[in-house]
Design a protein around this ligand. Structure first.
Ligand code: NZQ
Ligand code: ZN
Length: 385
């Protein structure tokens, strides 16, 4: 196992009717800004529960944070906070609202142009306003991590930042709030969490025995509950497990002390920025093709994945690897998520601009061995056509 420094200060409050706990979790004297997305949190009653729990505190609201939250929209929230002297942020929504809130928290007192937070991938963040979240969509893990992904509309740049300053103080996870999610968003959530686990697991062996077994258990749980989450939307146990697995998939625990490969995400972000494809769907396009092209580097772990996650034991090593990659693709397709660029109306002429954006954003040495050069990314995309 490699050396590591694991830190995660986010408190998780999990279960039905836990939104009422905001009454004691948010400081009594706080001047609160509730941030949310479109209409979903109002429609399913989450916002009303949040407002009721905050009681007599000073509370303002900022709605309209879009999926793949934009710098342009978020800067309006920053202005409102500065103008109204608000001091505690509460994100109510999915990954986009929570990520957007992280950026806003870091931007309010940022000296200089806040886009610099993204350009420095968070290294320039020295402080942030305290914030918390009420999660309504299990997928990103943003509710218990210190990362965020923000898009600048003007330049089609979708960049990530991380900072220990932007861990949520606490996050409330009420699985019943996910019942109103449309099937596409549930499928997205299953795939996003699955790929987060794979990117911390499917690299090369370093004898991280607990991390490996933990990752394999999370993957197997997703394989078991993913289809059920679509078939029986109001099955509490299924939704509760999905919510907790998605959080555990990206809260730092399984990635501590093991190599990581975020190439699928980095290539996927460029596809979203240029073509507006949902985040998880870009991952479903890139991952099977990346595993195939990187199969030599990932050989030992691909065999372990085949055996322990998919119970594939017959055939030559290469046949077992082929079967594991095919099972992965079929799992995504079975959830209704297409795994080829052509499935989204994106033709081969789109590949070069995606590679050019990777280069422009410094993504020229991706993967656990930094050997996914622009040329390799081009091959991965061509194989995903
Ligand atoms: O805007 P509203 O009306 O709220 O509707 C949203 C949105 O349209 C809807 N929704 C959310 N909860 C709902 C609901 N609809 C009905 N009932 C509910 N309970 O779902 C739609 C998608 O929401 P969004 O927040 O965009 O989805 P997700 O949670 O998948 O977040 C995606 C964003 O997170 C980033 C992605 O890049 C993308 O920008 N990521 C963040 C990560 C992190 N912070 O660690 C890691 C991830 O890899 C990812 O990159
Ligand atoms: Zn993701």
């Amino acid at each position: 196992m490699q050396s590591f420094d694991f830190y995660n200060p986010t408190r998780i409050v999990f279960g039905p009717e836990k939104i009422s706990k905001l009454a004691t979790l948010v400081p009594a004297e706080a001047r609160v800004l509730i941030l949310y997305g479109g209409a979903s949190a109002q429609k399913n009653g989450t916002l009303d529960e949040v407002r009721a729990a905050l009681g007599g505190r000073v509370v303002q609201e900022f709605g309209g944070i879009e999926p793949n939250p934009t710098y342009e929209t978020l800067m309006q929230a920053v202005e409102q906070i500065r103008r109204e002297k608000l001091d505690f942020l509460l994100a109510v929504g999915g990954g986009s609202v929570i990520d957007g809130t992280k950026f806003v928290a870091a931007a309010v007192n940022f000296p200089g142009e806040p886009w610099d937070i993204l350009e420095t991938h968070g290294r320039s963040v020295r402080s942030a306003l305290p914030f918390a979240s009420v999660l309504t969509l299990p997928a990103t893990g943003s509710e218990m991590n210190s990362g965020a992904v923000i898009t600048k509309k003007a330049t089609h740049a979708k960049l990530a930042f991380m900072s220990p300053m932007v861990f949520p103080k606490f996050s409330i996870l009420d699985p019943t709030k996910t019942y109103s999610l449309p099937p596409q968003q549930i499928a997205n959530g299953v795939v996003d969490a699955f790929v987060h686990i794979v990117e911390q697991y499917l690299t090369y062996p370093v004898q991280g025995m607990a991390q490996d077994r933990f990752a394999e258990g999370l993957l197997q749980t997703l394989i078991e509950i993913g289809p059920k989450a679509l078939a029986t939307p109001e099955d509490y146990d299924v939704r509760a497990n999905l919510m907790w697995v998605a959080t555990l998939a990206l809260n730092g625990l399984i990635g501590a002390g093991v190599p990581q490969d975020w190439a699928t995400h980095m290539i996927g972000h460029e596809i979203t920025a240029l073509h507006g494809v949902d985040h998880a769907r870009t991952l479903a396009i890139v991952l099977p093709s990346l595993l195939n092209i990187q199969r030599q580097d990932k050989h030992a772990k691909l065999l372990q994945y085949a055996e322990r996650v998919w119970q594939i034991r017959d055939g030559s090593e290469e046949q077992r690897i082929d079967a594991a990659i095919e099972q992965t693709r079929q799992f995504f397709e079975g959830l209704g998520i297409k795994t080829r660029l052509s499935g989204y109306g994106i033709g081969p002429e789109a590949i070069e601009p995606i590679v050019a954006q990777l280069v422009a954003h410094g993504m020229s040495a991706l993967g656990e061995r930094q050997n996914i050069t622009p040329e390799v990314s081009r091959r991965i995309l061509a194989a995903a056509a």
